[in-house]
Structures are given as structure tokens and as C-alpha cells.
Ligand binder design. Structure first.
Ligand code: SF4
Length: 455
């Protein structure tokens, strides 16, 4: 299926849908979306492999805070990427998508293709933009991106065990201290030291603070704002970042209250400046990122107060309950430390959903990085033994009377993500070392808390 010609007799409005069904490497996003990394460098989307940025003619990454949107959007790089997708040749930076499809049968590529075909029904402008994807004669796109995914720097309030310095300022500080103190010195931890030194260099070389406050950043956003259909923001923690309220204000000033606002929050914080603007938009998706409840959640999402998180989840469900086009979703990154602790997360979500009669969806995400927390660090036998019990316990959450429901469409990818990764003894060793290093720095006892997983 490397290069499949689109049947020429198909009507214009059916061609892209045909491509999504018949091409296994085709994705609509190169015509629709841009994504910024915390340093302002740009990728096609959040699933694109690390460091695979959109490059200018000197092979330097474009920066959303320093280059004009027209230059980025119609660069030679973008033209080339569009051609590879339209011809189903596959683009190397999209390998993450192709690989995850093999493991789970699902991928962001498939999800985004479906999503934008669905969005054609909503408005003529989107329909025309999507239909034009099949046109080979259009080299420069006059329409600017319809969707932006912005990761604005690394300002954050938490130090999640899965995170790194480029996305979390306190993690950067913590690891810098640990490196200075020699906490990861010695041959046993050489792998972790190497990872952290690379990470530190990356943050030191990058501007993770100023690029989203430049005139060019706001000028780019001002040009895109009137027709923007989707603004997704994350951080760091997006509710803490001022540029997010400023962008929402620019959309409101442009009269674009239809733009779908999506954001991922750790829910450890409730910022009035952010939510008072948010409530003026018609279409909102609150994506809560919850990787554990109770002590497990506090360890993974250090140093969050899970009671506070629960209160904020309640507030979000309440706010959304009076707004029919608002969605509340929760994502859990499945990893070694939480794959046995999913049910308490569901209990919190069910309580909030039922208290406010608002549907809350839950989706699992497969973790690949850092590799020592991936499920490949646990033997397959252990994972399968847990899955037996898990399936029985999960049945209680498949009830039609609740506003929170886990059915087969969520259970299947969840089970696949837990059972499919190949076991690695090396990762298992690194996992144990990593938890010990975290315990030492944070004065916690993860070795005891996760003794089942680490045994
Ligand atoms: S194929 Fe996947 S990685 Fe590539 S642009 Fe689409 S969603 Fe992103």
C-alpha cells in the first residue's frame, strides 16, 4: 500500500475520505495543523518524533515566536511533507504513529483523519480546506492552519515521574541539583546520567521562556485567530501561562467564540484568569491528565495534592454541566507505576460525572518515554495475571446508568497497551534504579509503595 492512486472519478468532496480509508500512511494534519515544542520549534503534531522539526532552507528549525506564519506554512519542508502524505509514501517523523498502529490498532493519525472528516459537516470553510487536500495543483496554501497545538514553555507546578526538564521547570531544577550533587554518578546509573545531561543541555540551549511573548508570536496568532477552528494548549501547565489567556482574549476580540478550545491540565491548579475567559467559548474540551489517585497519584504527579485535584475535577464537571458543547475527558498515561491502579482514577471520574450529570470520557495513552517506566519493564506474565483481575473489576464501570462509562472501545486499547509491549530485563533493572533515585531526592518510599511492580 505504498502509493495508491485516488480514483479519478470520485467527486471532489469524497476524495479525502477515500484517502483516509485506503492509505495507511496518509494523514490530514500537514494541511491543517501546527504544533510547537516548549522552545517554539514547530512540528506537524504532538505525536511527531522528538526533534523532527519543520526546517527552513538552511536546515534550522523554524520558530513560531520568530518566523512569520506564512513563511513556515508554505516552506519547502511543508510542501515536501504534504507530498509524501498525499502519495502515501510515509514520512519518517510519523513513525511513532505507524508503530503504535501495529501494537494497538489505533493511532493519532487514524483519530485525526476521522476527526477532520467529521468536522467537514460543521462548516463550509473546514469542508473546503479538507477537500482541497486531494488537489495536487495547490503548492502554496492561502488558508493558514485551522488548528494549533501550542506547548508554551516549561512553566509547571509539578514534577511528574514521566516528565522531563523541557516540559517542567521544577523537574529541570531538581535534576540539575541531583546532577550537581552526584546523585546519579557511578557506572550503575550511567544510563540515567546520560539521559539527564542530554536533557539539561537541551533546555540550556533552548529558549523556553521568551519566544511566546514576542511581537512575532502575537502577530502570527492574530493572523490565524479569525479562522482558527481549534486551539489546543498544554505546557508546562497551561492554566498558569499568561499567553494562554492573551490568546483566548484575541480570539474573543476577533469574534471567534466558535473556535474549539482544548487544553490538557493536571488539575492541580484553578486559575480564575484562565477559566473566566474560557467560559465565553462555545466549544471546549477540558482534557484532564490524571495518572493516579491517592498516594499513587501523589507519587507519579509529585507533589500534587490529590484532594485538591479531585475538587478541581468536580469544578470542571460542574462548569461543563451547563454547557452542552463542552466536553470533559480524562487521559491516563499507562505505565509501570499505574497499570494496576486505574480503578481509583475511574472512581473519582464517576463521582464527578454523576454528581453533575455530565459525561466524562476516559482514554488510555501508551507510554514510550522515559523507557524505564514503559510496560516493557514488567514481565508479560505479571501483566497478564493483573489483566485477568482487572477485566473482572472493570465490569462494574460499564453501566448505562452512570455518566462515566468504560466500554469495549476504551477497554480494548487499554488491555492492548498493557499486554502487548515486549519485556526487557534491562528496562526492569533501570526501573528499580529510577524509583530509588526519585525516592532519595523526594524523600518518598516508592520502593515500598510499588513493591508489587518492582518485585
Ligand atoms: S501521521 Fe501521526 S505523527 Fe504524522 S502528522 Fe499525522 S498524527 Fe502526527
Amino acid at each position: 500500500m505504498s502509493s495508491v492512486p485516488v480514483p479519478s472519478d470520485l467527486p471532489k468532496e469524497a476524495k479525502v475520505q477515500w484517502m483516509t480509508k485506503n492509505m495507511n500512511k496518509f494523514c490530514v494534519l500537514p494541511w491543517i495543523n501546527l504544533h510547537t515544542s516548549p522552545n517554539g520549534y514547530i512540528k506537524l503534531c504532538c505525536s511527531i518524533q522528538y526533534n523532527s522539526y519543520i526546517l527552513n532552507e538552511t536546515d534550522t528549525p523554524f520558530n513560531f515566536g520568530h518566523d512569520s506564519i506564512e513563511k513556515i506554512w508554505n516552506s519547502g519542508f511543508m510542501r515536501y511533507v504534504r507530498e509524501t502524505h498525499r502519495e502515501n509514501k510515509g514520512f519518517s517523523a510519523c513513525n511513532e504513529c505507524y508503530n503504535v498502529e501495529k501494537i494497538s490498532g489505533h493511532s493519532p493519525r487514524m483519530g485525526q483523519n476521522d476527526e477532520w472528516i467529521r468536522r467537514k459537516e460543521k462548516d463550509a470553510f473546514t469542508a473546503e480546506a479538507v477537500d482541497d487536500i486531494a488537489r495536487e495543483d495547490v503548492l502554496d496554501l492561502e488558508r493558514l492552519p485551522l488548528s494549533l497545538e501550542l506547548r508554551l514553555g516549561n512553566l509547571c507546578n509539578l514534577q511528574c515521574v514521566t516528565c522531563y526538564g523541557l516540559s517542567s521547570s521544577p523537574i529541570y531544577d531538581e535534576r540539575q541539583t541531583q546532577l550537581n550533587n552526584g546523585d546519579v554518578d557511578g557506572p550503575q546509573l550511567a544510563w540515567l546520567k546520560k539521559m539527564w545531561v542530554n536533557e539539561k543541555n537541551l533546555v540550556d540551549e533552548a529558549d523556553v521562556k521568551n519566544w511566546y511573548e514576542t511581537d512575532m508570536f502575537y502577530e502570527n496568532f492574530r493572523k490565524i485567530a479569525p479562522k482558527l477552528k481549534r486551539l489546543y494548549t498544554t505546557g508546562g501547565e497551561p492554566t498558569l501561562i499568561k499567553a494562554n489567556y492573551k490568546m483566548m482574549q484575541m480570539l474573543l476580540d476577533a469574534g471567534n467564540t466558535d473556535c474549539a478550545i482544548e487544553f490538557t491540565s493536571n488539575m492541580a491548579n484553578w486559575n480564575y484568569e484562565f477559566y473566566s475567559r474560557l467560559e465565553k467559548f462555545k466549544n471546549v474540551e477540558i482534557q484532564m491528565s490524571l495518572d493516579g489517585a491517592g498516594e499513587v497519584g501523589g507519587y507519579i504527579r509529585y507533589p500534587s495534592d490529590l484532594n485538591r485535584v479531585k475538587e478541581n475535577i468536580m469544578k470542571a464537571a460542574e462548569m461543563a454541566s451547563t454547557r452542552p458543547n463542552w466536553k470533559v475527558k480524562c487521559y491516563t498515561v499507562l505505565q509501570v507505576l499505574n497499570y494496576r491502579h486505574i480503578l481509583p482514577i475511574w472512581e473519582i471520574l464517576r463521582e464527578a460525572a454523576d454528581a453533575h450529570s455530565k459525561h466524562i470520557d476516559w482514554w488510555p495513552i501508551t507510554l514510550y518515554s522515559p523507557p524505564q517506566l514503559s510496560l516493557g519493564a514488567i514481565t508479560i506474565e505479571k501483566r497478564l495475571a493483573w489483566l485477568k483481575e482487572f477485566k473482572l473489576l472493570a465490569a462494574e464501570f460499564n453501566s448505562k446508568v452512570s455518566y462515566f462509562r468504560i466500554n469495549d472501545s476504551t477497554m480494548t486499547p487499554c488491555i492492548d497497551s498493557i499486554k502487548n509491549p515486549e519485556y526487557s530485563e534491562e528496562l526492569n533493572k533501570q526501573l528499580k534504579q529510577y524509583v530509588q533515585v526519585l525516592d532519595k531526592s523526594r524523600k518518598l518510599n516508592g520502593v515500598e509503595l510499588f513493591k508489587e511492580e518492582l518485585s
